[in-house]
Write a protein that binds this ligand. Structure first.
Ligand code: TA6
Length: 315
């Protein structure tokens, strides 16, 4: 079973304005919608759309939880979160425009995780996790979280012996790299931050990966996404770079989470690396065509896969 663990989920208030956002001007709203926010929740939505069974869990506030549940159920996902009384699901804001350029994310900090909520999560929602399962820690806990409490969470997770997938950044990713990990999927900026140098092209990222092999020796599979410059996947001694699919971007929020979901689906189902990366790129692109933060048309994914250009780079 695949468990997605979101330690700081959100409700995304998606606002689409006409043309580009101009400061000092009255930017008219064309469309408003609410959607599921937070990264692990998006992975559960994507895996469900790919017909891959999964359990959507994590820690969140009890306030607004029913609204989050309602939004998840629109994608046939049932949330199994450990809720904390006196706290609420944070509200994020995603601004997009009709020009198809990138979106703006305006996010609340949310509430820090506590050891008591971690213990409750492992006593209930994660009680049955074993070494046969996958645990996807996707999305950082609130930046207000004490790193010792995150370390405590990781210690509990390590005890389950599950195969761990990490899509976190900064100090949280540095902590997770101390564990044996099944997969990480930083973007170019998150990868640059952990290796301490700026890399933004597929081959420079791959060379940097080789130069920092010691830092990443505990990670079985490494994906690095680079926006319009595509992505690379290093897996099973092979390395490939993938171009992005040529699609009309409506809202790129959540595309990274969708990309990760395609990678997870491919790896869990034993696909060869080239097929894993092509599927991941197709899911990420299919998401970008949608106006909300999550979801995509599965049939679009299948249409895009054969057109993803890729090449082997570990010469
Ligand atoms: O990756 C997309 C997304 O999860 C949005 O839904 C929005 O909620 C934002 O990222 C949250 O990012 P954060 O890093 O604050 O968890």
């Amino acid at each position: 079973m695949i468990y997605t663990i979101t330690l700081n989920p959100a409700i995304d208030n998606v606002i689409q304005i006409k043309d580009k956002l101009i400061s000092g001007h009255n930017n008219r709203i064309v469309k408003k919608s609410s959607d599921v926010g937070g990264k692990g929740t998006h992975v559960s939505i994507a895996l469900t759309l790919l017909d891959e069974p999964n359990i959507c869990t994590g820690i969140t506030g009890a306030g607004n939880y029913e609204q989050l549940q309602k939004l998840l159920r629109e994608y046939n996902v049932e949330g199994h979160f450990q809720t904390v009384q006196g706290e609420k699901v944070r509200q994020n804001y995603v601004l997009t425009d009709t020009s198809g350029s990138s979106s703006y994310m305006i996010t609340e900090y949310g509430s820090p995780i506590s050891r008591s909520s971690v213990d409750a999560l492992f006593a209930r929602e994660l009680a049955d996790v074993t070494e046969k399962d996958y645990a996807v820690v996707s999305g950082n806990p609130s930046l207000k979280t004490d790193i010792e409490d995150f370390r405590y969470f990781l210690g509990r997770l390590k005890q389950t012996k599950a195969k761990i997938i990490a899509d976190v950044s900064g100090k949280f990713l540095k902590e997770m790299l101390k564990l044996d990990l099944f997969l990480i999927k930083p973007n170019e900026f998150e990868f640059s931050e952990i290796i301490g140098e700026d890399v933004h092209e597929p081959l420079t990222c791959y060379n940097a990966y080789k130069q920092h092999a010691d830092l990443l020796k505990n990670v079985a599979h490494v994906g690095i996404s680079m926006g319009c410059r595509g992505s690379i996947l290093i897996s099973g001694g092979q390395a490939y770079s993938f171009e992005i699919a040529k699609v009309h971007t409506v809202n790129d929020t959540g595309s990274g989470d969708a990309y990760l979901s395609g990678m997870i689906y491919g790896l869990v189902n034993g696909f060869p690396p080239a097929k894993v990366g092509a599927l991941a790129a197709s899911v990420g692109a299919a998401k970008a065509e949608m106006d909300r933060s999550s979801g995509f048309k599965p049939e679009r994914v299948q249409e895009l896969v054969p057109h993803i250009k890729y090449e082997e780079i570990n010469h």
